[in-house]
Write a protein that binds this ligand. Structure first.
Ligand code: SF4
Length: 324
C-alpha cells in the first residue's frame, strides 16, 4: 500500500525528530524529507522542563545547555518512534565549518542514551567531502528500504536548498522603520526557544521594543558584513552572529544589544568578545551579555533585563506609550 505522499511504506515506519540544535529551525525540512520517503515523522515538540531535566541527567556537566536540551528531546522520543534521526552537520556549505559539537552529536547522544534505541544519521559535509554525504544517504536508503536514487533525489530537492537558505524559513527578514529596536544575539536554538531563553524576546517585546536578531538579516548580508573573519577557520554559527550584529549595529533605531550565551559554548566566548570590542570602539550602544546554564534562575535573569531596560535613554517614554 502507498502512503498519502505516494511513496511505498518504509521499512522503518516512524522516525523521531528531536527539536533541538540545528533541527530547531529545520524540522519542517527533515519532516518533509522523511514523509516523502514514506515514513511517518514524530517531532519532540517544544522544550519542556521535563525534557531539559532529562538532558541534564543524561549528559556530562561540561556539555553546553543546547546539547543537553537536544539529548533530552532525543530521550523523549524513545518508545515513540522506531528510530531517532540525528544528522551529523560537519559543514552546510563550502568554506565553512559547523561547531564541533554538531559533528559529534550522533555519537554523543548514542552514548548518553546508552544505545537504547535505533538511530539514523546523515553526514553533511559540503566543505571537505561531499561524497561522505552521498555515502550516508545510500546507507540511509538501505535502512529505509528505498533506492539510493530516491533518497538522494529527496535530499537534493527538499533538504539541500534549505540548509544554507538566504532567509531562515521561520524568520521574516523584513525591516520597517518604527519603534526602538533591541537586537538579540545568540544561536537560534537558544534565543527562539522559550524555555532556554526564559522568553527573553517576549519580555523585551512586552516592554515595548521591536526585537531583531541576526536571522532577520539575509544570509548573504551577514556574510558580507563579517569580513575580515570570513574564512574556513571560523565556525558557521559564529559568522552568522558576527555578520548579523555588524549589520544590525547600523540601524538608526537601535537602542541596545543583548547577547544571550550558553555556558560552555566555545564559539560564544570568542564571538561575544569580538562584538563587544567592536561596539566599544565604534557606535557605543548599550550592550548586555547574559550567560546562562541550567542553574540560572528566572528571577535573577528578569532583574538583569529590567536593570538594562531602565538604563536605556527612552525606556520611560516607550512604557508610557504602551500604558496609554
Ligand atoms: S555552538 Fe555553542 S551552544 Fe551551539 S552546540 Fe556548539 S558549543 Fe553548544
Amino acid at each position: 500500500m502507498k502512503s498519502h505522499h505516494g511513496a511505498e511504506p518504509s521499512k522503518l515506519k516512524v522516525i523521531g525528530i528531536p527539536e533541538g540544535l540545528m533541527i530547531f529551525e529545520q524540522k519542517q525540512l527533515w519532516k518533509k524529507f522523511f514523509e516523502s520517503l514514506g515514513c511517518h515523522a514524530v517531532c519532540s515538540g517544544h522544550t519542556t522542563k521535563r525534557i531539559m531535566n532529562s538532558g541534564i541527567e543524561l549528559c556530562c556537566n561540561e556539555t553546553c545547555l543546547p546539547v543537553k536540551a537536544f539529548t533530552g528531546h532525543a530521550a523523549s522520543l524513545c518508545g515513540k518512534a522506531d528510530c531517532i534521526f540525528i544528522p551529523r552537520y560537519s559543514s552546510v556549505c563550502s568554506h565553512e565549518k559547523s561547531c564541533p559539537k554538531f559533528c559529534g552529536l550522533p555519537d554523543e547522544v548514542r552514548i548518553s542514551l546508552n544505545n537504547k534505541t535505533k538511530f539514523l544519521e546523515i553526514d553533511i559535509d559540503f566543505n571537505r567531502d561531499s561524497k561522505k554525504t552521498q555515502k550516508s544517504l545510500d546507507l540511509l536508503a538501505g535502512e529505509l528500504g528505498r533506492s539510493p536514487k530516491t533518497v538522494r533525489d529527496a535530499f537534493d530537492s527538499i533538504v539541500k536548498p534549505g540548509l544554507a537558505a538566504e532567509v531562515s524559513p521561520n524568520r521574516s527578514c523584513s525591516y520597517e522603520p518604527g519603534a526602538p529596536v533591541l537586537a538579540v544575539l545568540g544561536h537560534p536554538y537558544m534565543i527562539f526557544d522559550r524555555l532556554l531563553s526564559m522568553n527573553l524576546i517576549g519580555k523585551l517585546q512586552d516592554a515595548g521594543y521591536r526585537v531583531m536578531t541576526p536571522y532577520d538579516v539575509r544570509r548573504s548580508v551577514r556574510r558580507k558584513n563579517v569580513a575580515p573573519f570570513l574564512s574556513d577557520s571560523f565556525f558557521e554559527t559564529g559568522l552568522d552572529m558576527l555578520g548579523g550584529a555588524q549589520a544590525l549595529v547600523n540601524l538608526p533605531e537601535l537602542a541596545g544589544m543583548v547577547y544571550l550565551s550558553s555556558f560552555a559554548c566555545g564559539i560564544d566566548s570568542l564571538v561575544l568578545e569580538i562584538i563587544e570590542h567592536k561596539i566599544r570602539n565604534g557606535r557605543r550602544i548599550p550592550f548586555l551579555k547574559i550567560t546562562i546554564d541550567e542553574h540560572s534562575g528566572e528571577a535573577g535573569f528578569d532583574t538583569r533585563i529590567e536593570a538594562f531596560l531602565d538604563m536605556l535613554p527612552n525606556t520611560e517614554s516607550i512604557r508610557r506609550e504602551k500604558i496609554v
